[in-house]
Design a protein around this ligand. Structure first.
Ligand SMILES: C[S@@+](CC[C@H](N)C(=O)[O-])C[C@H]1O[C@@H](n2cnc3c(N)ncnc32)[C@H](O)[C@@H]1O
Length: 179
């Protein structure tokens, strides 16, 4: 409670010196890259139990893969991301985890796609409905979208503002060791 109040006061008094617009950004990608290396998830993920191939749209540097791979080390995971994020994340790629800027290329690599997963990402693309069409064109047996606003009415654009440090899970370390 007290720390929340202190945080709010700090935000009011110390406004950001710079504003980044959109996700296509090197600094944002670097922040998420470092946080992903430092992120050590625990627990189970029933959704991906028994699944072998996944496309994750907007999967950053592979944070969700880290949890999935603990459960199923052989799972193959294709993250589709922005160009800066893919370039930064390439260092983390393995035989089972790859990064793409294109949904069809991700599907080609996997062969058969069992699950398409997106968590709070589709709405940030330049053309969300095209993105939805491309994801549907993969025709996976299961498609899961979390945190995506959906309407049967007309679409309305909104601007979401957040602190750089709030992107990615866990803490942003200045110096991190690759695990
Ligand atoms: C709110 S973050 C969610 C990240 C992650 N899915 C999670 O659950 O923490 C939105 C993600 O969508 C990605 N994104 C934004 N525009 C994109 C695009 N055109 N293509 C692919 N990913 C995109 C961002 O780079 C970012 O990683």
């Amino acid at each position: 409670m007290l720390s929340n109040i202190a945080r709010r006061i700090r935000r009011k008094r110390f406004t950001p010196k710079e504003v980044i617009e959109g996700y296509d950004n090197d600094e944002l990608s670097e922040t998420i890259f470092r946080k992903t290396i430092a992120y050590h998830p625990t627990g189970e993920w029933p959704l991906v139990a028994g699944v072998d191939t996944v496309i994750e749209f907007g999967g950053g540097c592979g944070l969700h893969y880290k949890l999935a791979a603990q459960q199923t080390p052989t799972i193959r995971w294709a993250v589709v991301e922005t160009t800066p994020m893919v370039l930064r994340a390439l260092e983390l790629a393995t035989d089972n985890l790859k990064f793409f800027t294109d949904i069809a290329a991700a599907a080609d690599w996997l062969g058969q796609v069992e699950l398409v997963h997106a968590n709070g990402a589709i709405q940030y693309t330049p053309a969300p409905l095209d993105t939805v069409r491309q994801l549907c064109a993969v025709r996976p047996p299961t498609m899961i979208w979390y945190r995506v606003p959906i309407t049967t009415g007309s679409m309305k654009q909104e601007v979401r503002s957040s602190f750089l440090s709030h992107h990615g899970r866990g803490h942003c370390l200045r110096r991190v060791k690759k695990s």
